[in-house]
Design a protein around this ligand. Structure first.
Ligand code: ADP
Ligand code: MG
Length: 591
């Protein structure tokens, strides 16, 4: 007896439909995507009873011809693939030609559509995959597709739906994912006759504000980065606006929403301890990656992706977010006094104001009296601006003098508990952790040094350091980098190195310990994995060479350190991710 049946299409479609559309939000996603594929610039989503009784999408896209309006409901009907090869070009865009066939199999569907160059459109009515009616219709150019009574013929699925608030929540989430990345299109969402969102085409930040409220505009820092591997653009929340639950966290790759725990971790790590415990940042970040760098063997309707070069991507994203957090927050916090507040005397007649020149010595170590001979010009715009503001009074008082290199002067500093430097800024009282600040300054300098231009001090007596054979071998590999930082050394035998010179700021008595720690840090460093050898080494050196908490600093040392710190990118966080500066606002001081 034969037992194999060929399932009728309608049944096959119903089964397959569950793959594509398992709840109203699934239909919403497919319809929105179709409208965008059709080149629509305005897309209106209307739902009733959380999509249970109606999901309707109206667009001003291309529209369809009379016959396409019927054909589009056939399985494997698609205008987007012509041959198997095309599949690979659009691998991130889901199954092809399945969505409308699936939806038509499990709902009552009404399609009204008109192409822009036709006078009359067409209306198609479908029930359970069968066309019950088609007739000409006067309708706007574009397409309106209504999905009524979803799962009317699949009670098991219908009963599986959650209460309306939950289902509408899913719809909103789909709507946010789509509209965030397509902020250049207009969207509305109407639920039970009430307009919930009215989003005008605009920038990503405008879209965020449209979805979450205008206050969000003030809560975000822009992230931007471009490397060979990836282009990153988006916004992250300022640490003080983090939330107690993971919520508004959106990553997009090549225009599609994705979930990627690794990349999410990269973003969160970038905050370091800027975030209070148990709180999470919001972020909206789009990545552009060459499609060949994305693993395509992943279910196409899923939001999971895999990248060929995940480690590098992780490192790039993390540092891009870090930079956004460090740079922009400082720039807004550290608004030094404006010239008016200085009560400047009027400039003498005939005086042509000259832009103050700032010079600053990156090798100056405030904790060693020597070494402030070499000064280089600084061309860090932000810094120059900041320092200009501090310097202006001096320069205007002596207008005739040729603009000579000026040592940047920070305001008077006070050392607190041998650990913090307190100094007044117009935005409040800044408390600066001296050790972390110095770590940041040293790290920045070390990173920028390359062979030749590092000063080093020659040791009176060459010093021997001893290692295990394995450590000695590793140290041998790191030697070229160490040379860049000012070390002169050579292997004497399999386990011993002779050191003849070190960076100027180092005590030779500490050398063995320094190398031991350096090797230990390097071996344990996660940065090593990302081929960031120099970052890892500089971090370890900066940590070890930085002035300790508890060391007493002179006024001049503190001012120099503060000026040096503000000249660094990411002056707000130490290279190991700890907060350096806390600003006590004037309101808080009053209390
Ligand atoms: P796919 O989008 O994968 O091609 P669908 O089943 O979602 O498969 O849609 C089938 C076809 O119907 C599309 O390829 C497109 O030609 C047409 N279509 C669907 N929705 C629209 C729309 N809103 N405007 C114009 N054409 C549409
Ligand atoms: Mg589609």
């Amino acid at each position: 007896m034969d037992i194999i049946n060929i399932l009728p299409d309608s049944v096959a479609n119903q089964i397959a439909a569950g793959e594509v559309v398992d709840r109203p939000a699934g239909a919403v996603k497919e319809l929105l995507e179709n409208s965008m594929d059709a080149g629509a610039t305005q897309i209106d989503l209307v739902v009733k009873d959380a999509g249970r009784t109606l999901v309707q999408v109206i667009d001003n896209g291309s529209g369809m011809s009379d016959s396409d309006a019927r054909l589009c409901f056939e399985r494997h009907a698609t205008s987007k693939i012509h041959q198997a090869d095309d599949l690979f070009a659009i691998h991130t865009m889901g199954f092809r030609g399945e969505a409308l066939a699936s939806i038509a199999a499990i709902a009552q569907v009404e399609l009204r559509t008109r192409q822009h160059d036709s006078e009359l459109g067409t209306e198609v009515v479908i029930e359970g995959a069968h066309i019950v009616d088609q007739h000409p219709a006067a309708c706007p150019a574009g397409t309106s597709l209504s999905v009524k009574n979803l799962f009317f013929n699949v009670p098991a699925r219908r009963n599986f739906l959650k209460k309306d608030s939950v289902e509408f929540g899913h719809i909103e989430e789909v709507f946010r994912r789509v509209t965030l990345i397509h902020h250049d299109l207009g969207f509305t969402l109407t639920n039970n006759g009430k307009l919930v969102y009215d989003l005008k085409a605009g920038t990503l930040l405008q879209r965020i504000a449209g979805l979450y409220g205008a206050a969000y505009k003030e809560r975000m820092y822009a992230v931007e980065e471009q490397t060979d591997l990836v282009k990153i653009k988006g916004f992250v929340s300022r640490p003080e606006f983090s939330r107690s639950r993971r919520g508004e966290q959106y990553l997009f790759v090549n225009g599609r929403y994705i979930k990627h725990p690794g990349l999410s971790t990269a973003v969160e790590r970038a905050y370091g301890d800027l975030l209070p415990d148990h709180s999470y940042p919001s972020y909206f970040i789009g990545l552009q990656v060459d499609p060949s760098k994305i693993d395509i063997n992943i279910h196409p309707t899923k939001t999971e992706v895999k990248f060929v070069d995940e480690h590098a991507l992780f490192a790039i994203l993390r540092s891009a977010v870090k930079r956004a957090l460090g740079q922009f927050s400082l720039a807004t916090e550290l608004s030094f006094d404006t010239p008016e507040e200085f009560n400047l005397p009027p400039a003498p007649k005939g005086y042509t104001p000259q832009a103050p020149r700032v010079s600053f010595n990156p090798d100056y170590n405030p904790f060693h009296a020597s070494g402030n001979q070499t000064r280089i010009k600084l061309d860090h715009t932000v810094t120059t601006e900041r320092l200009e503001k501090i310097e202006k009074p001096d320069i205007l008082e002596t207008p005739a003098a040729a603009p000579a290199p000026v040592q940047p002067v920070a305001g008077t500093c006070l050392q607190v508990q041998g650990r913090y430097i307190a100094t007044a800024l117009s935005s409040g009282l800044a408390l600066i952790d001296q050790q972390r600040a110095h770590e940041r300054v040293l790290y920045h300098r070390l990173l920028q040094s390359n062979s030749g231009d590092r000063p080093s001090q020659t040791l009176m007596f060459p010093l021997q350091c001893h290692f295990s054979a394995a450590d000695a071998e590793m140290l041998g590999e790191l030697m070229p980098d160490l040379k860049d930082y000012g070390f002169e050394m050579s292997p004497m035998n399999q386990t011993t190195f002779v050191v003849t010179a070190t960076p100027p700021d180092l005590k030779e008595s500490d050398l063995q310990a320094l190398f031991d720690q350096l090797l230990q840090d390097y071996k344990g460093s996660t940065m090593q994995k990302y081929n960031k050898r120099s970052e890892s080494l500089c971090l370890s050196l900066a940590r070890q060479m930085s002035v300790r908490s508890g060391s007493t600093l002179s006024q001049e040392q503190m001012q120099q350190l503060v000026a040096d710190l503000f000249a660094c990118p990411m002056a707000e966080v130490s290279p190991s991710g700890k907060r350096i500066i806390t600003i006590v606002k004037p309101e808080e001081l009053l209390k």
